[in-house]
Design a protein around this ligand. Structure first.
Ligand code: ZN
Length: 342
């Protein structure tokens, strides 16, 4: 990006009410068959238009074609039985009924590649595409086949690499892996989590990002955050190794979080997508608030590496709230950009 402080979102944006129940995760589709295919494309167009209107520089599909950022990808793979469900604890936080790995996992055909081609046709701006990271994928499954979190993660990394290469060929500029699990399983992250991520990006020429956050603004996450104390130092555990990794961009949560901002020093040299928009409340940030978050981050991130962003996805928010937050992000970035260029 030549433009200073290019803005983007973490990924998901609200879906229109004619496509899926608003403000709901795993919301069932309201359309079927061909109507669903066209409905998803229309929603993608609307979501893109919203991003254009708000002046977002690096745009995405707003995840309009997927029900959930992890499950939808897994649904397309062999070896996972969605009928045979088991209850597990997700990210050590809440119980969920999840599918079972019953055999070797494999990607028989591309998952999001057609959607990415469609997005590419709709815009000349840089596009970012989100995929789940290997560690977050294994954390939303019961594994009755490999019986090893690490083995399963390596298999997923290979599959993600196949998908990522095709997304790159479809014209995606930045491929992002969502790894909220990196904020929980520190030993595994350092032992094999980051290595698996590097396997997933092997051979890619486009830019790559990892998004590590404290989750959507849903109750299980906000309750968990209350147990984390006054300082959230989770990033401190994984940043040193990430700084040494081949990942180009690190996307993280800042505004309204209790992450000590000086932890950004640990990833000096990397590009950083700084979360300047809180996705866990409905209050709209003022441009000046966004600008303040960015100014603080600039003490630890060189200006050419700073990418203003949201803390996480905005799928569970009302559409008008998400839309106003996008505008605030853009306006706040514009203030600081002007200061830097002065
Ligand atoms: Zn997130």
């Amino acid at each position: 990006m030549k433009k200073l402080l290019p803005t983007s979102t973490s990924g998901s944006l609200p879906k229109p009410s004619w496509l899926a129940q608003p403000e709901t995760l795993w919301s069932p589709w309201k359309l079927q068959d061909d109507e669903l295919v066209q409905g998803k494309q229309d929603a993608l167009r609307v979501s893109l238009q919203e991003q254009h209107r708000a002046g977002i520089d690096i745009v995405s599909d707003g995840e309009q074609t997927r029900q959930h950022f992890v499950t939808t990808f897994i649904e397309h793979l062999d070896g996972v039985d969605f009928e045979n469900r088991k209850t597990v604890k997700i990210r050590n936080r809440y119980d969920a009924s999840v599918p079972t790995v019953v055999g070797p996992v494999a990607r028989r055909k591309p998952v999001f590649v057609e959607d990415a081609k469609f997005l590419r046709q709709q815009t000349d701006q840089p596009i970012k595409w989100a995929l789940p990271g290997p560690m977050t994928m294994i954390d939303t499954l019961y594994d009755a086949h490999y019986q090893s979190r690490e083995k399963l993660a390596w298999e997923f990394a290979k599959i993600l690499n196949q998908e990522a290469k095709e997304l790159e060929a479809a014209g995606v500029d930045i491929i992002q892996f969502d790894e909220p699990a990196f904020n929980v399983f520190f030993d595994d992250v350092n032992d094999w989590g980051i290595a698996c991520l590097e396997r997933a990006i092997e051979g890619l020429k486009c830019e790559t990002a990892v998004h590590i956050c404290y989750g959507y603004g849903i109750k299980a996450n906000t309750d968990w955050k209350k147990t984390l104390g006054t300082e959230w130092r989770q990033y401190e555990e994984v940043f040193p190794k990430l700084q040494q990794s081949n990942i180009d961009i690190i996307s993280l949560e800042c505004h309204n979080s209790r992450v000590p901002i000086e932890l950004l020093e640990l990833i000096r040299g990397k590009k950083v997508m700084v979360g300047a928009i809180d996705v866990a409340n409905h209050e709209i940030e003022t441009p000046e608030e966004v600008a303040n978050t960015l100014r603080t981050a600039l003490k630890f991130v060189d200006a050419e590496n700073l990418y203003p962003c949201t803390n996480c996805g905005m799928a569970p928010l009302p559409r008008d709230v998400a839309s106003a937050k996008l505008s605030a992000l853009s306006a706040g970035a514009a203030i600081v950009r002007k200061e830097l260029e002065a």
